[in-house]
Ligand binder design. Structure first.
Ligand code: UFG
Length: 341
């Protein structure tokens, strides 16, 4: 880095965002987290980063933010991100996610920011029948959530053409795990993701895990997903930041290996040494039977090579976090906010 670069991280108090913030801080970047703290956690933001509480929907707040700091790059995580909720309330996604991103991209362009990283999703690809899913797979979003991310990818495409703002769109498969040192982890309310729910059962917080359908065309009848460690996602963000000096890019991020819901539960039994009760329920509408990434492109272009590819390590790190923070971030230290203007 020629000078200490300042990076704005929207949603930096959330699950993937906070792991990226930790990595940026460790690598010497100056970091400003912008988060409305509806899903994010104050305690997930390290003392070395500035935390600004605010909403992307407010142009007045963005005006103050961009007057208070000069950003070299933006990592954009803040968004509504539940597939199921987006099927019930598409407006929240097709309007809020998109308008918030439009506001941010406009402010970025007006203030000369030339590098932008978007937290995108495998939901862009809906239910493809060919695996693994690479960047040439047809885009056919599986929900208003996926559609909103695709619309933002298109906004960034035009921000490049018109303003010369380079962007990276990172399509995560199933983000999971926790920081290997146990100080950051997954804490959603409500929690809908498989691994934290399974660990809730192991911890005695829920009576059982419901398997959403066991009649899929897979070897044990349950859905197959590609779980990717959150620290490996963070590493990918840092790598694309430097690549963005030269050009825009789109990358699918997964391990290229799928596990069924039953295999996840079995691995969690091994890792925790606890009993995990299971009930088989109906399919969850919109769930594709199989999603497996091909991440060959980012491996080839940027030498990205996941450090924690195996499911057992991913679940062990999530379990370590759970054991050290049984109440999630709730009981963590409270920190001061930075006022902008
Ligand atoms: N599942 C259960 N029981 C549960 C929860 C989940 O059986 O209680 C199953 C699901 O049916 C699915 C698998 O576990 O087959 C994983 O489900 P998650 O809800 O953890 O994750 P999804 O694959 O549905 O969604 C994730 C991200 C989305 C992203 C999507 C990309 O959470 O943001 O991957 O396809 F859009």
């Amino acid at each position: 880095m020629p000078h200490q670069e300042t990076v704005l991280v929207t949603g930096g108090a959330g699950f993937v965002g906070s792991h990226c913030v930790a990595e940026l801080v460790a690598r010497g970047y100056s970091v400003v987290v912008f988060d409305n703290l509806q899903q994010g956690h104050r305690a997930a933001v390290p003392a070395e980063a500035e935390l600004v509480e605010g909403d992307l929907a407010s142009p007045a707040t963005l005006t103050r933010l961009f007057s208070a700091f000069r950003f070299d790059a933006i990592l954009h995580f803040a968004s509504n991100s539940l597939v199921g909720e987006s099927m019930r309330n598409p407006h929240l996604y097709l309007h809020d996610n998109v308008v918030n991103a439009l506001n941010l991209v406009q402010f970025a362009a007006d203030n000369g920011v030339r590098r932008f990283v978007l937290s995108s999703t495998a939901n862009l690809f809906g239910m493809p029948d060919r695996m693994p899913i690479d960047e040439n797979t047809e885009i056919d979003p599986g929900s208003p959530y996926g559609e909103s991310k695709f619309m933002i990818e298109r906004i960034l495409h035009w921000a490049d053409k018109v303003h010369g703002m380079h962007s990276a769109c990172l399509r995560y498969f199933n983000a999971a795990g926790a920081h290997p040192d146990g100080h950051l982890g997954e804490d959603h309310d409500p929690e809908t993701h498989l691994i934290p729910l399974v660990l809730d059962v192991a911890a005695g917080k829920r009576p059982h895990i419901e398997i959403f359908g066991d009649d899929y065309p897979t070897h044990d009848g349950t859905c197959i997903r590609d779980y990717i460690h959150v620290s490996d996602l963070a590493d990918a963000h840092i790598r694309v930041l430097s690549a963005l000096d030269h050009r825009s890019c789109r990358y699918n991020l997964g391990n290229g290996r799928g596990y069924t819901v039953r295999e996840v539960i079995e691995t969690a039994r091994r890792v925790t040494g606890r009993d995990i009760a299971v009930k088989v329920g109906a399919r969850r509408p919109g769930d594709p039977p199989v999603l497996i990434a091909s991440s060959e492109r980012i491996r080839r272009d940027l030498g990205w090579d996941p450090r924690f590819p195996d499911l057992e390590t991913i679940i062990r790190h999530a379990w370590d976090w759970r054991c050290r923070n049984p109440g999630g971030y709730e009981s963590g230290p409270v920190r001061e906010l930075v006022a902008v203007g």
